[in-house]
Structures are given as structure tokens and as C-alpha cells.
Design a protein around this ligand. Structure first.
Ligand SMILES: [Zn+2]
Length: 429
């Protein structure tokens, strides 16, 4: 008769050496089985929808012949690896097991024999119910080489995508600017930016295009700083992404940007669509997970685009910090006696009421909305005129706090009138 530990060891072998979650309690195998059944049985997840047509399976691979003590140590390591690296939550669950996953998904082989001998692993992805971060606790970082081919640029649709990426980025990045791309592949986006006059530098161990501004190898921090750092489908494959992003954030110029393009884990778990999961990626981010991580670096999202129906998301992050509230000056009002304020909405009422003791010469409010006309501003009591009545009452100055409307309003007056915007009171360019 075999003892419990031996039975357990045999069970591991039967299950191809996968490490079961509750294996710490060797003396109560029957209870373990119940626990294991609960974990393996795909309980409905609160946020993580069930993947299509497969069961959720826990991790992970263990070495054959592991002893109980070794397994306990491994269990401790495993438990820490299954905690969410983004939000710290322990509400993580097995999500999907990818079988026969090539170490590098995008390396093809010259012969069938070589291809059949390609190294593969079983990749077990876990998901965080809190931030929808998907991650493979057993990830082993592969070595990239020039054989790796992630180029899809022969497709006109993909080229359109790259143009959209560059347009999105350049809207936020004014020249002159230095751009670093980590994991730039063959450097297509960098070359498009280079053609537009940006100073570019790329790093990629699999670079095979021979661009003079791309170095074949990993990026290492140096004295050089950047206006923008790009990660296009790169962060997913880096097991130490946290440390890399800390390093990058320290090499950004004061107004520097980080552009991240990624396969969106929210989209994966919402649809239960697992076809984009493979071993090459250690993790998959949701918008929320990335935002949360970047906020720890003092960086916040200033723009986002969804591509390919939400499969791919791009976010631009920028460093931000609290500044003291702007002080207001009212010197520009000196010399005017009949002042009106145009557009009686939130900011106008804040301005009038907060600075009521400085704005006594503001006699009327003005608004296009007939439902506001004839009524009075709370606390300060200015009557609200129609635009026609405003023009008839011949103000010598009109305050238009939102400068984007200033030109449209100035054009309504057939006589000279001073238009004062927020910049006249708060300063600014
Ligand atoms: Zn999380």
C-alpha cells in the first residue's frame, strides 16, 4: 500500500507534473481533491468571463520527483507569483491554459523536422478580478533573435493602422522631439517618425532591417533623455516590466510621454476570446491596469485609441503633478465701466461668485439660451441678457472666459469692444 505522499507524487506524474494549488495538506488528500475540484471547475468569476470552449486550469509545471519540502517552498513562491503585480490584489484566478505554445510564437522553421522539434511549453494564464490583468506566473523569458518575425506591414490594412498610430502620437508630440522605441522590431514606426523630422532611436534584439538608428539589442538606461518612449506590443513580453518602466520614467524629459500599444486584456476576458494568449507574452494589460501602474510613477493618461475593434489599445501617458491654484488679477478691468460677461454656465458663475468683491463693474450676464435670459445669477444678481440686448446696451468690455468662443462673440459687435478671456485674469500664454 502506498502512503499519501507517494500517492500524491504519482498523481503529479499522472497530471504531467503540474503543481496543484492545495498540495500543502498532504495528510488530507480527500479534502484536497475537493479543494482542487473547486479551483479547476471554473467557478463563475465576478469580472473574468469564462474563456471560450475550455476549462480554466491552474498552473504550473513542477519538476518530477519533487519532495514535500521542495513543493512547499515552490508553493510559497507560486503564491507570491499569483498575486496581482499591478494592484496587489490576491483575488486572482486561473483563467486559461495554452497548450503546445511555442517559446517564440513568431519564429518559423526551414524544415518540418526542425519545426516539430521547436521548444514549446504549457502556458497557464491567471487573471486579476480587480484590474483584469492577465499574467503567466510560470513565464520563462525567451531569447529573441533575427529569426523572430512580427512584421505585418505587407498588409495595406496594417499599414493604415501604423499611419493611425503615428498620427495619434504626433498629435501629442511636438517637434523637435527625441523618440525612443524599445522593442521596435524592424523599425517601421520609427522610420515614419524619422521621415517627419523627429530624432529617433530604437532597440530590438530581433532587428533585422539594418536601420542606422536602431541598435540590435536591449535598451539600457544612459545619460540620454527622451521626449517620448514607445512600447508597441513589447511590455507584454517583458517579465520585469515594472523595473523597465521605472527606468524609462527617469529618462523622460519633464514633459515627456510614454506611448503604450497593447493587446487589451479587458477585451480578452469580456469576450472570453483567448486566441491572442500565448507563452511569448508574460502578461496582458487592461486600460485600467496600465493606468493604475503608471499613476504609481506619477504619470497619467492623456489620450487613448482603440484599434481593430478594441483588440488593440494605445495609450499616451504623461507625467503630472499638483500645482498651486492660479491667483487671479483684475487689473485688466480698470478703465471699463459697462462690463458684460458672456456664457452663464458653471465657470462663469464660479468666477462671478468667487470674486464677487472684485467684479462689481460686471453689470450683466449674456447667454444664447432663451431659458436663461431674463433670469439672474445666484448670489451676485446680474440679469442675463440675450445677445441682441447685450449689443444694444453697448458694453465697453465683454468677458468671455472660454477663449475658444472669443472670436465668434467679438464678430457680433458692430462697434469696438474689448474681449477679455480667462488669460486676462489668470495669466498664461
Ligand atoms: Zn490587479
Amino acid at each position: 500500500m502506498i502512503d499519501t505522499l507517494t500517492a500524491h507524487t504519482l498523481a503529479f506524474k499522472e497530471e504531467k507534473h503540474r503543481l496543484f494549488f492545495p498540495m500543502h495538506d498532504f495528510s488530507r488528500r480527500r479534502r484536497d481533491r475537493g479543494h482542487r475540484a473547486r479551483i479547476w471547475a471554473c467557478e463563475p468569476y465576478s469580472n473574468l468571463s469564462h474563456p471560450q470552449s475550455t476549462r480554466a486550469v491552474p498552473l504550473s509545471q513542477t519538476r518530477s520527483g519533487e519532495t514535500g519540502v521542495g513543493c512547499l517552498a515552490q508553493l510559497g513562491e507560486f503564491m507570491s507569483k499569483t498575486k496581482c503585480a499591478i494592484c496587489g490584489s490576491s483575488s486572482t484566478r486561473p483563467y486559461f491554459q495554452v497548450k503546445n505554445s511555442p517559446m517564440l510564437q513568431k519564429v518559423l522553421y526551414e524544415t518540418a523536422e526542425l519545426a516539430r522539434a521547436a521548444p514549446t511549453v504549457t502556458a497557464d494564464f491567471w487573471g486579476c478580478e480587480n484590474c483584469l490583468f492577465l499574467f503567466n506566473p510560470g513565464f520563462v523569458e525567451p531569447s529573441y533573435s533575427g529569426e523572430y518575425n512580427n512584421d505585418q506591414s505587407l498588409s495595406p490594412t496594417y499599414r493604415d493602422h501604423l499611419r493611425a498610430v503615428v498620427a495619434f502620437l504626433t498629435d501629442a508630440l511636438h517637434k523637435p522631439a527625441t523618440v525612443l522605441e524599445i522593442g521596435c522590431g524592424n523599425g517601421l514606426v520609427l522610420s515614419m517618425l524619422h521621415n517627419q523630422g523627429y530624432e529617433v532611436q530604437g532597440y530590438d534584439p530581433a532587428h533585422a532591417a539594418g536601420l542606422r538608428y536602431v541598435e540590435r539589442g536591449p535598451w539600457r538606461p544612459s545619460e540620454k533623455t527622451y521626449d517620448a518612449v514607445l512600447f508597441r506590443h513589447t511590455l507584454e513580453g517583458i517579465s520585469g516590466f515594472e523595473h523597465l518602466l521605472v527606468d524609462v520614467s527617469q529618462k523622460l524629459k519633464p514633459d515627456g510621454l510614454v506611448y503604450v500599444e497593447f493587446t487589451n486584456s479587458r477585451n480578452i476576458v469580456e469576450r472570453g476570446s483567448t486566441v491572442t494568449l500565448y507563452h511569448e507574452c508574460a502578461q496582458y494589460f487592461s486600460e485600467g491596469a496600465l493606468s493604475l501602474f503608471f499613476s504609481k510613477l506619477g504619470m497619467f493618461m492623456i489620450g487613448m485609441r482603440q484599434f481593430f475593434g478594441g483588440d488593440i489599445t494605445a495609450m499616451i501617458m504623461k507625467r503630472s503633478r499638483m500645482h498651486p491654484p492660479q491667483g487671479a488679477s483684475f487689473e485688466k478691468l480698470a478703465g471699463y465701466s459697462n462690463v458684460h460677461i458672456w456664457g452663464v454656465s458653471g465657470r462663469t458663475i464660479h468666477f462671478l461668485t468667487n470674486y464677487a468683491d472684485k467684479l462689481e463693474r460686471v453689470r450683466f450676464g449674456v447667454d444664447l439660451d432663451p431659458r436663461k435670459q431674463g433670469k439672474y445669477v445666484p448670489f451676485t444678481g446680474q440679469k442675463i441678457l440675450s445677445p441682441v440686448d447685450c449689443v444694444s446696451s453697448r458694453p465697453d468690455a465683454v468677458i468671455v472666459l472660454n477663449e475658444y468662443y472669443a472670436q465668434e462673440i467679438a464678430a457680433l459687435f458692430p462697434y469696438p469692444v474689448a474681449i477679455l478671456t480667462a488669460k486676462d485674469f489668470y495669466g498664461g500664454e
